[in-house]
Design a protein around this ligand. Structure first.
Ligand code: ADP
Ligand code: MG
Length: 323
């Protein structure tokens, strides 16, 4: 493969930052982290046929490969800085790489993220991105700090990306799914909200596998339970328009993945402060329940009647193989 020509195309759109002492072109990149900051690292891989379908535009793959990683930094309350890109391509396809770079750099430039290195190999199509960011020492948001009595919040709306995927799987052309498809292909990581929640949220996670599954991680790591009002989950008009009410509210919103919203907890006495902080970064947020003592996750409808938890709460790799 004309690997160097491909790398050069990526390098041209890599961006630069003062904390990058050495970027693409040497054996490794050199970064100078600002004083007093902790380095935050995350990696996520998108594989064709697993995380995106064959035929998804390369620009959307480029965008999403970075977006899912920036979402992890958002959930930590971190500010992103640089990324590494490991790209596996079936062929030496410069048009694909250019289009991929268009999507990747559109999001990278928005958040001042520089591409500082990577790896380019031949094989089944996959993009693995590593991101690095900063958070002031001790200020990171983790999954572990939720306490009984805390409010449970969610940003944006839930279920839209899963709705787009369900429409596509049922044979409805993606073009007709408009807003929902945008949510699946080009998720917007909630970086501003993550920063705004420093010092306010007691625990935080990004919703990638499904709301109940990801909330479950906060509960397990914090050693608490939660009472959730299912009918309070933020629902987009587009999702309600495309699906029967029960499908939207009882399946897609609860268990659908790929939302990349933030699910977080905060003390009830910080309610106004949370609302004001998120208003200031134009991020809608909804209170959907509260944290309880014990370890149980309980769902209720709008009348306060208990609902059964769905059997499968999110996406799990390797479940069929039992690995
Ligand atoms: P090495 O053999 O030393 O690992 P490579 O030939 O793989 O170096 O890469 C050369 C340079 O190009 C390195 O700086 C590497 O980080 C960068 N690079 C390779 N592939 C990519 C990519 N997909 N995106 C960004 N940078 C890349
Ligand atoms: Mg080397």
């Amino acid at each position: 493969m004309a690997e160097f020509a491909l790398i050069d195309r990526l390098r041209q759109r890599a961006g630069s930052r003062p904390d990058v002492a050495l970027g693409i072109g040497d054996d490794a990149a050199l970064i100078e982290p600002p004083k007093g900051q902790q380095v935050v690292l995350a990696v996520d891989t998108l594989v064709e046929g697993v995380h995106f379908a064959k035929g998804v535009p390369a620009s959307a793959i480029g965008w999403k490969a970075l977006a899912v990683n920036l979402s992890d930094l958002a959930a930590m309350g971190a500010e992103p800085a640089v990324a590494l890109l490991a790209l596996t391509l079936p062929t030496d396809d410069t048009a694909f790489v250019d289009e991929f770079a268009t999507g990747f750099s559109a999001l990278a430039d928005t958040h001042r993220v520089a591409l500082v290195g990577g790896d380019t190999t031949r094989g089944p199509l996959a993009a693995s991105v590593t991101v690095m960011g900063y958070v002031p020492k001790g200020k990171a948001l983790t999954r572990a700090g939720a306490e009984a009595g805390d409010d449970l919040w969610v940003t944006g709306t839930l279920g839209d990306a899963a709705g787009a995927l369900a429409l596509w799987k049922s044979g409805i052309p993606m073009l007709r799914t408009g807003v929902l498809r945008e949510r699946l292909d080009r998720p917007a990581p909630r970086l501003g909200a993550g920063l705004a929640l420093r010092g306010l949220a007691t625990a935080c996670i990004d919703v990638s596998d499904g709301f109940l599954a990801d909330l479950g991680h906060i509960l397990a790591m914090s050693g608490v339970g939660a009472d959730v009002e299912a009918d309070a989950l933020p629902l987009s008009p587009a999702l309600l328009d495309a699906f029967p009410d029960t499908t939207a509210r009882r399946a897609l919103q609860l268990s659908g993945g790929d939302d990349y919203e933030l699910c977080f907890t905060a003390p009830a006495k910080k309610r106004e402060a949370v609302q004001a902080a998120l208003d200031a970064v134009a991020t809608p947020a909804t209170r959907v329940g509260r944290i309880t003592e014990g370890a149980s996750l309980r769902l209720f409808d709008a009348d306060g009647l208990p609902l059964a938890l769905p059997p499968r709460r999110g996406y799990v790799h390797f479940i069929e193989g039992g690995a």
